[in-house]
Design a protein around this ligand. Sequence first.
Ligand code: FES
Length: 572
Amino acid sequence: MSGLRSAEWYVGSGRNAYIHRAWMRRGLPASAFEGERPHIAIANTASDLVPCNMHLTEVARSVSHGVYEAGGVPLELPVPGLGETLVRPTAMLWRNLAAMQIEEMLRANPIDGVVLLGGCDKTVPALLMAAASVGLPALVVPGGPMISGSFRGRPLGCGTDVWKLSEDVRGGELSSEDFLSSESSMIRSKGHCNTMGTASTMGLLAEALGMVIPGLAGTPAPDSRLLEGAHASGRRIVEMVAEELTPQKVITEASIRNAIVALAAIGGSTNAVVHLLAIAGRLGLDVSIDDFDRIGADVPLLVNLQPSGEHLMDDLFRAGGFLAVLKEVRELLDPAALTVSGTPLVDHLESARIWDGDVISSRGEPLQERAGIAVLRGNLAPGGAIVKPAAATPRLLQHRGRAVVFDSIEDFHERIDDPRLEVDEDSVLILRGCGPKGYPGMPEVANMPLPRRLLEAGVRDMVRICDGRMSGTAYGTVVLHVTPEAADGGPLALVRTGDSIVLDVAARRLDVELSDQELAERTPSPETLAAFAAPERGWQRLYVEHVTQASTGADLDFLVGASGPEVHRESH
Ligand code: FES
């Protein structure tokens, strides 16, 4: 093997090579620095404050063994992780910061390839965005889901069941004591959320993109086969360096199309839309929000997992796994799309099989005929908005109702249970100020809890509209990612309580029943504008000044595209 990037640092008799080798020796053999053995970073998002990724240090050890066995030099590189349930004000605010740091650390250091270890929601997207911009050979080892929770004889899915149980408490159907007693039954093992939330979705879509050794994504975190796959990934990245198999060759428009098909077939998280758009943006691919509707809308739902269905991620693995799902939609997949194995994704489907038809349906008998994401436009969302019909109440997909408007999530919490609030089950709840700039960071608040008195009356879904996101574990008739967001001059800022809102998913429309002239004559109220006040310092200020809208991935405008691996200057 010749021409390794790391050799620029280590090979030679000059002072700089001496310095680089001397500080890195620490027990490594001389052969590690002769320019023959690729140096492989293991980018590890593990941290005590990222509970879903805590076990990745064990996974990193298996990767390390594989790298060493194949002749490489493994180097663990701790990178920022984001604990979805913990970080404030929202993990999405930090996705781009994490991606930027990972990108710069990969570029700055003497490495030839990288294994990306992620799990919790934002970690796999941030790793993929970074790797795409750097362009060194890279593959992902998804950390895998935790095993199923169980409470009083029935499965408990993290996220989805929290929303359900807490609504049952608010609706008076479950006591607070019973709710709290379910808490320790939910998270039973290492791993990320076990529903088809964002972490599960992005782990599987990383494989659909070709960035995971086929068959590995979705392996539960406690399953020893995850470590076996991590070991194989360590071996494979060494070969990929020799083959110069970079993300640019793996993540293409073809593989993004495959990911969009997969997203629909698994009933995946709506968050995948912003993440895939951001990854595509790093690679300069011609992918738009409309592709999700055009390619995915008619793809059938095949996976019976919460939040759209009943089961959990270890059921999917047991039932045949992701490749068995992909096999059912094989003719929709692009046969040219490569994987990190060096062969096309479709070549890995032959031996896949469905072992439990209750978890994975056949193409002939899908759970739903059309499961993809619908992209809406109209005078409320000229740049687009999305809705996931599979997670919605069918009768609400065509709806006219009176707007009840909230300027912020705090405003919402303050008033939603106020008995004086004029709201009924036909009302349309609108929450604004929750887009990338407005919050800032586009939090997962769009699946607003329903007013208590309607819950008590048995109402379980209403049309909700927001410029923010929704947790991948959530469900309901929720229109998300409204673009442009209210804080970026979008018409959502002009809607008033009492306006008539029309949602027509079949026609792909979202409108407020006002003429162009009526809208043009309106300005946002002082209260509305005050709710969008921009932060004054630090990352939040930089973020707000540069973040793009949801319809293009909510990346920072100066991070779109590639930086490449070349860095020639050094400090000594
Ligand atoms: Fe980490 Fe759900 S909180 S994946």
